[in-house]
Design a protein around this ligand. Structure first.
Ligand code: ADP
Length: 245
């Protein structure tokens, strides 16, 4: 946010990477990239490259963390040491990664039918191989697909994306340079079936009206992101069916 030598982020209505304000970066999702996970997904979202893996449900350990009524989710978001130009993540979890792990876990507490698995844990790993802004949103989007692929019962398949502001202009899906110099950044996760908001964070300030408009941009792009998630899942099932032909 802010800072000196601020680059001109918008010129003639276009962003530095050529996008219009309401345009997403290119997104590709692939299911089943980690052999030993129960469910996994790989996402390329602009220059972000992220793998999500799901393990369990299995007996929660140590025993004192068990909830006799429902499963617990353990989530660990991590950036690999080579994921970004700056130094980070070398000595394990930091404040930021602990926060992102927490908010990611909370997204899925809304949709997983945890009471089907009393005493169990579900492990969710989000590993950022390459980072370029918006990794929490891309990570949540991939984790949703990994969870759906794992067959763990869920009421919805959430997606996430960020909306932010440069000067007076709202922009969708901020990349790193936009994130660094924007006037506001609001990552949002939504369950498309119910429309429930499962993550809402904000860095900087947006007016009530801007939040409303920003949410409209998020929801519009969400129809597309959601379709990509479902298409990736469908393709993975089709591949399984192919094997039995
Ligand atoms: P998000 O990735 O969800 O946008 P932030 O807003 O905290 O999360 O970070 C924006 C971007 O800044 C990240 O995607 C990443 O490219 C970069 N970044 C964040 N934290 C670090 C760090 N500790 N070291 C290097 N790069 C980082």
């Amino acid at each position: 946010m802010g800072g000196s030598n601020k680059p001109e982020l918008i010129k003639d209505g276009k962003r530095l990477d050529g996008r219009t304000p309401d345009m997403l970066r290119d997104i590709k999702i692939e299911v089943g990239v980690v052999k030993n996970a129960v469910g996994s997904a790989y996402i390329e979202w602009g220059n972000n490259k992220i793998i999500a893996g799901v393990y369990g449900p299995k007996e929660a350990l140590p025993k004192h963390v068990q909830d006799p009524e429902r499963a617990i989710i353990k989530c660990r978001y991590a950036m690999s040491p080579f994921s970004s130009l700056e130094e980070h993540g070398r000595s394990g979890p930091n404040r930021r990664s602990i926060e992102i792990s927490k908010v990611t876990k909370e997204v899925f507490e809304n949709v997983i039918l945890l009471d089907r698995f009393p005493g169990a844990e579900i492990d969710l790993f989000v590993d950022v191989l390459q980072a370029d802004g918006g990794t929490r949103a891309a990570g949540i989007t991939a984790a949703s697909v990994a969870l759906a692929a794992s067959g763990i019962p869920m009421t919805d398949i959430p997606y996430a994306v960020s909306v932010g502001k440069v000067g007076d202009m709202l922009i969708l899906d901020l990349n790193k340079i936009e994130d660094n110099y924007s006037d506001a950044d609001m990552p949002v996760a939504i369950g498309p079936r119910t429309g429930d908001i499962m993550l809402l964070q904000m860095d900087g300030n947006l007016s009530r009206d801007e939040i409303k408009k920003g949410m409209e941009m998020v929801k519009k792009s969400g129809e597309y992101i959601s379709k990509l998630q479902k298409d990736a899942l469908k393709l993975s099932y089709e591949r399984i069916l192919e094997k039995y032909k």
